[in-house]
Design a binder for this molecule. Sequence first.
Ligand code: HEC
Ligand SMILES: [Cu+2]
Length: 373
Amino acid sequence: MRMPLFRRPKRWLALVTGLALTSILLTACGENSPSILDPAGPIARSESGIFWTILIIAAVVFVGVEGMLIYSTIRFRARPDSPTPPQTHGNTTVEVIWTVIPAIVLLIVLGVTIRGIFDVSTKPEGKTIEVTAYGHQWWWEFYYPEYKMTTADSLVIPPNTNVHVKLYSNNVIHSFWVPQLTGKTDVIPGHDNEKWFSSDKAGVTYEGICAEYCGTQHANMRFNVVVTKDNNEYLSWAQKQQQAAAVPTPGSLEAKGEEIFKNQCTTCHGIVGVSDETPYLKDPNPMGQCDDPTKDNGCLIGPNLTHFGSRNLIAGGVLKNNIEACQPGGDLSNCNLAKWISNPQGVKPGNDMAVNVSSEDLPALIAYLESLK
Ligand code: HEC
Ligand SMILES: [Cu+2]
């Protein structure tokens, strides 16, 4: 008597449905999560192309091999009184087939990977902007040599333009990663790496991440890649960033904040036009100094705050810069900048900012820093 292949179709149906539902649930995580499967530029597209090619080949191999295995174990299983199956040994045709097919598959994977390596490491044609990314423990500093200006946390770029990033660290190994735009590249002290990428979408913000465990606050070493609407918006942003900080009206809350800043914050931070500005106007390379404020060589340990009010993250993205909750004279209980300045060690334990700001001084400092657009 021949047995049916699957004796309990209902049970099988339940199992398959259960698996399908679980996978749908798992893929629904985070609408805005930075995903390599949602590339927005040529480099990321090339990289996700490699992923899909390998995934599809692997899926075909997996389904084929497992399918035949499961089919054979069920279809040809031992039954009562079944005779000993015919015994065979060695079959040249079959052996050649299962040597040649994997070799071809691996050659295809090799070819696709080598093409990807060239895509990623070749200097692209066309307009290019230069940026130096400097990995600190635990935040990113971006220097624009063409404009001689420095920002932190936000890498602003124009759309459809190559971005050439030089990667430096003088502390530990970090890794520069913007999943939707470019894969990971290590940022190694004493070994300068570089990379190119570009975004073909305009007016969007992508999440950047440090992808190498670089200390306790490694997960709070994020940054934004802000793509402007067009090149003009980028140029006017750059022109603004080059200017010295806005001068507050004498006698205002902001002016008081500027005084407090000069007294309590300039050991580690600079504001161009207010305190020592030199470190932010020159390329932080050659490295080796900027993470130690006690060294007397003009380098500062903290981010450039000259245009802090124009940025959307605080301290490697540990908080969002929610300016609307930080209005001068308003209630500051939801203001993230107030949370940061009043207790940086509570918000991001182990970071290098040590201050003790009194509650009377806080509103003036907030008003001043948020006014620095
Ligand atoms: C001992 C050095 C030090 C002092 C003093 C200091 N800071 Fe900082 N500050 C830092 C460091 C380092 C960071 C970056 C921390 C991180 O992200 O890990 C930082 C980050 C910040 C940021 C976030 C900037 C950004 O772009 O993400 C603000 C705002 C700030 N500090 C304000 C102040 C103010 C206001 C004072 C004075 C009351 C002050 N800091 C005093 C070292 C210092
Ligand atoms: Cu890092």
